[in-house]
Design a protein around this ligand. Structure first.
Ligand code: CMC
Length: 434
């Protein structure tokens, strides 16, 4: 921001020979905004911004990102430092409660989350009733809203104690729901949580242990999963977070709001991209490994194909999460001994795309999803479980954003307007006369 922009307090808007002033709101870092709250009342006009690329939906003190400089911070802390030093549950606490916890605060939070990991036994039948090939995201979204049936206290969205227990239950139980959706798909017995394990280790245990064998969590793998969850934990007003806020703005309970966020995350333009990346890489290998051919396909204006894992609405330089994930992928592949042809292809693809004028001029760089799928794959996750894991990671961010909205004086029912372009008023025509 220029010094001039930093001191501006109002923007002038001319419409014909009328001029009005709209206040400028200053952020502590990053974008400032023109407050258009009085625009319609004063001018009869609204703004039009499909995809909301220029629209700030709220003020938020949770996550800062600078897409041009490739900066991402949670509550002020750089993602690189959190990735190196923190744990997922500590990051969850930071996002939700606003600051890094003291040791006793962290111990209390971890104990609360750990003691809520079981889901209600009746929910076993819930899993039984889905077809075996159900997509785990569908099961996770349904299971999440389904939990509100067991916890009616979650309706008390203005009761701080009820909200806190709902938060702890959600963070504790989402891995159990996710792992059981996988067990259902592979026809194995559901594995109960083990509260002596850490958060990520417990998820791995519930996914990969079977009653007939001893299963030991590989610490390198658990560490890599924890890292992925940290990198996914929040990303300001993305599609799923905006969904959580919008549903939450109706005063629906937290389970309902989070379930809606999970559904939004499922799409291949959002969290589902990590699944699409692996499908693309597998397609390239099956097609003989001709990377250039697939890059050309992505550039072809007559082909709807896009290179999944490339491009971002906000990052126009590089995605800092992708950098961290790429080196983690190298470590995990080395540790698990996975001979991964897909990793080689991914590196070639990145190389070719980053030297290609099409990608350079459109500022399309690898995003968080480009390498995350390769780590999930090396860990042993089937492709359709990747986005489930993303949802577990994003959960603290959704919760933090929901809490912030519920406590903010500026929040009101989310209800965009439209520019109507349909037919004018016309009289009903009976079916015989049509
Ligand atoms: N491959 C080929 N061309 C692309 C790609 C891509 N991955 N992404 C954007 N473009 C082109 C697009 O066709 C357009 O070209 P033109 O100007 O000639 O019409 C230009 O780049 C701008 O694209 P856009 O769709 O207007 O940009 P957007 O900000 O609306 O879209 C995006 C952002 C993430 C949806 C898009 O880059 C994309 O579809 N990427 C692939 C899916 C993906 O990786 N999604 C995960 C995003 S990060 C994690 C998350 O948010 O969950």
């Amino acid at each position: 921001m220029t010094a001039d922009a930093a001191t501006r307090t109002a923007a002038a808007l001319s419409i014909g020979d009328r001029q009005i002033e709209l206040p400028i709101v200053h952020g502590s870092d990053g974008d400032d905004a023109i407050d258009i709250g009085s625009l319609r009342a004063e001018t009869g006009l609204i703004t039009l911004d499909p995809g909301y690329g220029n629209t700030g939906a709220c003020s938020s003190a949770i996550t800062y990102l600078d897409g041009e400089a490739g900066v991402l911070r949670y509550r002020g802390y750089p993602i690189e430092q959190l990735a190196e030093h923190s744990s997922f549950l500590e990051v969850a606490y930071l996002l939700i409660w606003g600051d890094l916890p003291s040791q006793s605060q962290l111990d209390h939070f971890v104990a609360e989350v750990t003691h809520h990991t079981l889901i209600r036994e009746e929910m076993r039948h819930f899993f039984d009733s889905f077809p075996a090939d159900a997509h785990p995201m569908a099961v996770l979204a349904s299971g999440t809203v389904g939990m509100s049936t067991f916890y009616p206290d979650s309706q008390n969205i203005f009761d701080a104690d009820a909200v806190e227990v709902t938060i702890n239950r959600l963070i504790a139980k989402l891995p159990t729901l996710a792992a059981w959706s996988f067990k259902k798909a592979v026809g194995q017995p559901y594995v109960y949580p083990r509260n002596d394990l850490g958060y990520s280790s417990n998820l791995l245990h519930m996914m990969f242990a079977v009653p007939s064998e001893d299963y030991r969590v590989d610490p390198t793998v658990a560490e890599a999963l924890d890292l992925l969850l940290i990198l996914h934990a929040d990303h300001e007003q993305n599609a799923s977070t905006s969904t959580v806020r919008l549903v939450g703005s109706t005063h629906a309970n937290l389970y309902a709001s989070i379930s809606a966020g999970i559904s939004a995350l499922w799409g291949p333009l959002h969290g589902g991209a990590n699944e699409a990346v692996i499908e693309t890489l597998e397609g390239i290998v099956a097609d003989g490994g001709n990377v250039q051919k697939w890059v050309d396909k992505a550039k072809d204006p007559n082909d709807t194909f896009r290179l999944a894992g490339f491009g971002h609405r906000v990052y126009k330089n590089f995605d800092p999460r992708a950098k961290i994930i790429r080196s983690a992928a190298e470590r995990v592949l080395a540790a698990t001994g996975a001979d991964d042809r897909l990793f080689e292809i991914a590196q070639q693809l990145e190389d070719v795309a980053l030297r290609d004028e099409y990608f350079i001029s459109r500022k399309l760089y690898p995003n968080v999803d480009f390498y995350s799928g390769l780590i999930y794959r090396a860990i042993g996750f089937p492709t359709n479980m990747f986005t489930n894991s993303f949802a577990i990671g994003r959960l603290p961010g959704w919760i933090a954003q929901w809490r912030e909205m519920m406590g903010s004086k500026e929040s009101r029912l989310g209800r965009p307007r439209q520019v109507y372009v349909g037919p004018g008023a016309r009289d009903y025509v009976t079916i015989e006369q049509r």
